[in-house]
Design a protein around this ligand. Structure first.
Ligand code: C2O
Ligand code: CU
Ligand code: CU
Length: 515
C-alpha cells in the first residue's frame, strides 16, 4: 500500500518534475488521521474471462469488489459482464476505497466526474505497479448523477479501458429523491462500448497510426459487455442511464420507432426540466439520463435503441481530404479505422427492449427536475481563456502543448474556487485533419455558455444537449465551444484532456493547477 508520506513525496517529486521512479523504500504504516468512513470498499483490478460471443470466452481485465463497511447496496455486480461493479453512493458519504492492482501493468483509478482531493483523483503519476494497493479517501460532494470510474495510467488508459476496466458510479441526493423518478427495477443502466474481435473471440487493440488518429473503433458494439441484448420490461415508465464508455466512438442515439428521446439529465445530474430531441449525440466519456414511457404500449412490442447514420466527417477525420492532402494510400476499407472497424457514423442496433408484461405503476414525467444552482448563472466578468485544439506532425495538441507529467503553463494555473470561461477552439490542422474532440475536465462540472462554428450541416449538431452540468463536452470539427467552470476548493494538479482515449494517450491532455 502507498502510505501518506510516500504519496506526499511522490506528489512533491512530480511537482518538481523530478521524475517518476516509484518509491519502494519501506516505511512504517502511517497512522490514519481521517475519521472512519461511512462506506469502505475494496476494488481489485485483475485478469478474468467473459463469455461475450458464442465460442471461446474472451480474456478481459476486470474490476471486482466488495463492501467492507457500510450499506450493502454501495456495490452491485453487473450480471454476465466484464464491467466493474456499479457503485452507489449518497451525497455526503465519506468513502474509502482500497484499490488493489493485480494487473501485470501499473494502474490507478479515476472517479470520472467526482470532485475529490488531488490524491484521490487518479492522476497518472500516482499509478501503482501490479501487486500494490492505493487507498482513496474522499467525501461525496457531487450532486446526484451518473458518474463512472476507469483507469488512468500514463499512456495506457486506452488499452486498459478497452480490455474491460470500467464501471458506473451512481450518486443520489435528497433533491433527486424528492422528484420521484422511476427506481428499482424501473431504473436501467446501459454502458456502450465497441470492440474488435479476432477469430478466437479475443479483443484486438490496434496501435496502427490510423487507429490512433481516429481513436480505437470496434466492429461490434456491446451494451454492458453483451452483444445486442434484449431486455424484457413491463408497461411502465423507465429511467435509463447511458454511459458512452467507448474509447473513441460517438453515438447518435435514437429509438427505432421514431419516439423522441426524453432527456432527464447529463454528466452532472438532472436538468432543470426534461428536454426532448429526435436523437442524442453522445461522445466518449459522456452520460445521459433518459426517460422512456412504455405504459401505453401493447405487450409483445419491441423497441430498439440504436445509433443512427451520420457522415464520418461530421465526427471524424475527413478521410477524403486527409488522403488527398497527405497522399496516403488508404483504401475505402480503412475508413474510420483499419482492420475492419465499423466506420464512425455507420448505423447499428444496440439494444432491444421488449414489452413482455402488463404492469401497473406511475408513468408520470415530472415537469421540474432540479435546481442547477447559483454557479449556473452566466459570469460575464470571468476571465476567458482560449484553448486551441490542433493537429500537427501526426499529434494532437491542447493550446500548443502535449502532455508532460507535471507540467503546468501559466494559463493553466487557476485560483481555488474561482470562476473562468475556457473556450475550446477546434482548429484542426492542415490538410483537413480535423475531428470532433470530447474535452473533459477533471473535478468540476461545467456548463456550456456558447457554441459556434461547425455549421448547421453537421448531422450531429441537433443531438447535442447543452442544457445541463457536464464534465465532457463534444467540440465538433470547426467549432468553438465556451464553457464556464467554477474550480474546486481542492488544490493541486488535475487533468483536462480529450476523452478519445487514444488522443489522450498520445498526449492530448494537460494538467491544470488549482492554487
Ligand atoms: Cu474519464 Cu481523465 O478521464
Ligand atoms: Cu475524469
Ligand atoms: Cu481528440
Amino acid at each position: 500500500m502507498v502510505t501518506r508520506r510516500e504519496l506526499l513525496e511522490r506528489l512533491g517529486a512530480a511537482a518538481l518534475g523530478a521524475g517518476l521512479a516509484p518509491l519502494r523504500r519501506p516505511s512504517p504504516p502511517a497512522p490514519r488521521q481521517t475519521p472512519a468512513p461511512d462506506v469502505e470498499l475494496e476494488l481489485t483490478a485483475g485478469l478474468a474471462t467473459s463469455q461475450i460471443l458464442p465460442g471461446p470466452a474472451t480474456e478481459v481485465w476486470r474490476y471486482s469488489g466488495r463492501v467492507v463497511r457500510g450499506p450493502a447496496e454501495s456495490l452491485s455486480q453487473v450480471r454476465d459482464s466484464y464491467l466493474g461493479p456499479t457503485l452507489r453512493l449518497r451525497q455526503g458519504q465519506r468513502v474509502r476505497i482500497r484499490f488493489q492492482n493485480r494487473l501485470p501493468d501499473p494502474s490507478i483509478v479515476h472517479w470520472h466526474g467526482l470532485d475529490v482531493p488531488e490524491e484521490a483523483d487518479g492522476h497518472p503519476r500516482l499509478a501503482v505497479p501490479g501487486g500494490r494497493e492505493y487507498v482513496y479517501d474522499f467525501q461525496v460532494t457531487n450532486r446526484a448523477g451518473t458518474y463512472w470510474y476507469h483507469p488512468h495510467p500514463h499512456m495506457q488508459t486506452g488499452p486498459q479501458v478497452y480490455r474491460g476496466l470500467a464501471g458506473l458510479l451512481i450518486v443520489s441526493d435528497d433533491e433527486e429523491r424528492k422528484v420521484g423518478l422511476p427506481e428499482g427495477a424501473q431504473e436501467l443502466t446501459c454502458v456502450l462500448q465497441d470492440r474488435r474481435f479476432d477469430a478466437k473471440n479475443q479483443f484486438v487493440y490496434s496501435t496502427a497510426m490510423m487507429d490512433m488518429e481516429t481513436g480505437m473503433l470496434g466492429d461490434r458494439v456491446l451494451v454492458n459487455g453483451r452483444l445486442r441484448p434484449e431486455w424484457s420490461l413491463g408497461t411502465r415508465a423507465y429511467r435509463m442511464r447511458v454511459l458512452n464508455g467507448s474509447n473513441a466512438r460517438v453515438y447518435k442515439l435514437e429509438w427505432s420507432d421514431g419516439t423522441p428521446m426524453t432527456i432527464l439529465g447529463t454528466d452532472g445530474g438532472l436538468l432543470s426540466g426534461p428536454v426532448t430531441r429526435k436523437f442524442v449525440t453522445l461522445a466518449p466519456g459522456q452520460r445521459l439520463d433518459l426517460f422512456l414511457d412504455l405504459s401505453k404500449r401493447p405487450v409483445g412490442q419491441t423497441i430498439e435503441l440504436r445509433s443512427g447514420a451520420f457522415p464520418t466527417a461530421d465526427a471524424g477525420l475527413d478521410m477524403g481530404r486527409a488522403m488527398g492532402g497527405m497522399g496516403r494510400g488508404m483504401g475505402m476499407g480503412m475508413m474510420g479505422g483499419g482492420g475492419g472497424a465499423a466506420a464512425l457514423g455507420s448505423p447499428f442496433s444496440l439494444l432491444s427492449l421488449r414489452v413482455a408484461r402488463r404492469e401497473e405503476g406511475s408513468s408520470r414525467l415530472p415537469e421540474r427536475l432540479s435546481v442547477l444552482g447559483p454557479a449556473w448563472q452566466p459570469a460575464p466578468a470571468a476571465p476567458v481563456r482560449r484553448v486551441p485544439l490542433t493537429f500537427q506532425q501526426m499529434a494532437w495538441f491542447i493550446d500548443g502543448r502535449a502532455f508532460e507529467m507535471a507540467d503546468v503553463a501559466p494559463a493553466e494555473t487557476v485560483a481555488a474556487g474561482s470562476t473562468a470561461q475556457w473556450e475550446f477552439v477546434n482548429a484542426g490542422g492542415p490538410m483537413g485533419m480535423q475531428m470532433a474532440h470530447p474535452i473533459h475536465m477533471h473535478g468540476r462540472q461545467f456548463r456550456v455558455v456558447s457554441r459556434s462554428g461547425a455549421g448547421p450541416s453537421n448531422a450531429l449538431r441537433d443531438g447535442l444537449v447543452d442544457d445541463g452540468w457536464m464534465d465532457t463536452v463534444l467540440v465538433l470539427p470547426g467549432e468553438t465551444v465556451r464553457v464556464q467552470v467554477t474550480f474546486s476548493r481542492f488544490q493541486g494538479l488535475f487533468l483536462y484532456h480529450c476523452h478519445i482515449l487514444e488522443h489522450e494517450d498520445m498526449g492530448m491532455m494537460r494538467n491544470f493547477r488549482i492554487a
